[in-house]
Design a protein around this ligand. Sequence first.
Ligand code: FES
Length: 946
Amino acid sequence: MGVDAASTDTTGDAIVINGAPAAAEPRAGQCFRTFLREQGNTGVKKGCDGGDCGACTVHVDGNPVHSCIYPAALAGGHEVTTIEGLAAGCSHAEHDDHDGAPSSEPVPLHPMQRQFLETQGFQCGFCTAGMIMTSATFTEEQKQNLPRNLKGNLCRCTGYRAIEDAIRGDAEGENRGHSGGMGDNVPAPAGPGVVTGQVKYTLDTDPADFPGLLHMKLLRSPHAHARILSIDTSAALAVPGVVRVFTSDDVPDLHYSTAQHELVEDDPDDMRMLDTVVRFVGQRVAAVVADSVQAAEAGVRAIHVEYEVLPAVFTPEEAILPGAPTVHGEKDGAVARISRPQDNVLAELHSELGDVDAAFATADVVHEKEYRTHRVQHVALETHCSIAWVEDGVLTVRSSTQVPFLAQRTLARIFDRPRESVRVFTGRVGGGFGGKQEVITEDLAALATLELGVPVQLEFTRSEQFTATTTRHPFHIRLKAAARKDGTLTALQLNVLTNTGAYGNHGPGVMFHGCGESVAVYNCANKKLDAQAVYTHTLPSGAFRGYGLSQMIFAVESAMDELAHGIGMDPWEFRRRNMVRKGDPMLSSHSEPEEDVLYGSYGLDQCVRLAEDALRRGAERDASFGEKLGEEWLVGEGSALSMIDTVPPRGHFSHSRVSLGADGRYLVEFGTAEFGNGTTTVHTQLAAEALGTSTDSVDYRQSDTANTRHDTGAFGSTGTVVAGKATLAAATELAERLRTLGSDLLGVPVEDCMLGPDGVTHPSGTVSLERLHAAAVERGLSLVADGEWGGTPRSVAFNVHGFRVAVSRVTGEIRILQSVQAADAGKVVNPRQCRGQVEGGIAQALGAALYEAVRIDDTGRVYTDILRQYHIPTFADTPRSEVYFAATEDSTGPLGAKSMSESPFNPVAPALANAIRNATGVRFAELPLSQDAVYLGLKEAGLTSA
Ligand code: FES
């Protein structure tokens, strides 16, 4: 079905979508994106409502437009092409026989779709349809200026390198002819669906599957702290289409945490689904359910609430002062698991190793400074959303979650149901970064469907993402460190306040984890830590890539640089002298290391060398670059290192199942989710490796509580090292059974049999996989094998980042001349995918280091509530980083692999600050390193020419 202008009927005001007249008229005032999605074109994605992200890009008469800001009524009489119709309207479309997509039929592809598929120009893929639609219109000339021409399309996952390669058709030869084994760039099985818009994210559902679907919208608090005296819902209930309004009177009288961990005890029970006290601007007050989003929004506007406004406190420094307003002062700390509710202290840590005061007294150099890190947002392009219904008595929730099994457990607890009467599953999830390790839509959608008996959908807007989900914890770190002239680090003391916001979800974990590996990576006889996670009347902080480490590493790595400068030693050399070596105890400030953390492999020394050499090569390459830039620019280099435990502490559990079907194909079923982290690819690769076959023979099902036994979830970088290990165990067990059965059928010793793509082979003959299955059925044998892993023992992974930058003494602008990261990921299962994780982590960290900031006014209101104000890195903002991998194999990970999801983020900000310090002599100790802040810092130091 092609779009032929000469033959397509565009008379009158009919909207022609992908060559066919639309089946309905748009509603008055409807945006084109919503209209197109209602017409079944769910490849058109909703990432914002302001024309900022480009995920909704379609063609109108061949021109790319952001359909979210295009009135649907204007489309009448025009030809519209969505990702679903792109190939059909292209005379160059080719049929794809892409061999990375088992069981898929060949699909027609536009050349740009093919290029994105071949280069794997995506991770979560939520931005991909929009990227393809925009870039499919590019001329060759436009392709040469992507910073300008791709400014209307944002990607949060990739760091844009893979997208650049895709648009330019530069596959570097690494994408073709894969064998499907370990270390191979196996394409994502979902790739064809991603590039054609066919893959289904959370709300890409068919309305026919949800008869009577209702929509929920939330009334949120305008006050940072208030008691709700009354709620009048009568006017809301009178709004046509409104079905029900839920308030605190309608929810279970239960306190719990939105945070999801294997151990419920890791987080305080400090929130109710709908409460009578609100503790931050944006907190839920009431939920309106209606037959349309518009009616639900009108219902929200019609609710009248009477508040008693209470005093509020916005900073942890003020919150711990005597007499400060309390956030949860009325609670029993022992019951709610809050350390000192009357003092606003959620959790605290006090420990000392050695004697720091004595060490400071005898040091040659002491560095003492306050470091501050700020709130940043995950900005996954798919917002939080869920749809809930009851099916055969089972409360069923399709959610954009990273943790379906823990969400299932939490819903069972809230609604006092047996766990097996709750099912939570995901479609493909459009990014997470820790933000979706919470239950913040599922509970209300579930409440409504249980009460009303029909499906209910709750989808957050982009503004709600900024004002009412979670952010990275701001840290205020008072640091004091000392060294001897010989380069020995002698003391490290940190006094830390973290701002957990109004609720304590992830507050204790982030504080403890932040104070762990950031300090333990250095050998030092005297370490002291005092840390408090503090409540304030601001939006809750939560899990964010790095889980506290990025904040602490910013301070520690800045301090290492200062100490090196203080004794006149090269910072690389200072780090080399003090960083842990294989066998060294990894001590934070306790005298005993965590007993299940070991050096399953050690690649920190390699990473340091790789990054240092890369920077040196860059400097030689651009030796005269500083001179060319001129007097205005100051050039410098900086670096930072980081360590991370490969698995969170106290248990992370995964189960997998691998089976052989009658058709000779394998099926691997596992619980962990796919949200761009590559678990689908890694698990099929691991299974294929154990079964002696290629990924083409392996199908998968994942992240559904109905299909698989418990999985703690896709966080803490565990998708490979925990869930992958369970899959490897299951596949290994199945392989053994198949070899045994094959040897019996062939009548030869099992040790002489091989399992391969064709079945069990021996010089005397071969038993096909289909025959093996049939024989197993005849004999009553099971060819279904289960595997599990409990996340211990754990190993450590390392990342080292280096920058060479130029800093303008006129404007404070920072130009990144070179960016390199060396990563110790163990045996890399899929190099291209792992590199993408690293590149994406660097890009996200650069945004956080340079300009991203969730800003709150003096009433507690977040005012950076749209993408245009918040500003995540665009293509033009993102340098192309060099990524290197250390050559290690880990004894604890599956086939030698380690985790590499969170950690690339962690050393970026301090490496940047150290490079600026090296260039200018000025230490910037507060993030973000915005142009204004740098200018003012240089001015204060007398370095500006203005
Ligand atoms: Fe671009 Fe996830 S792949 S937003």
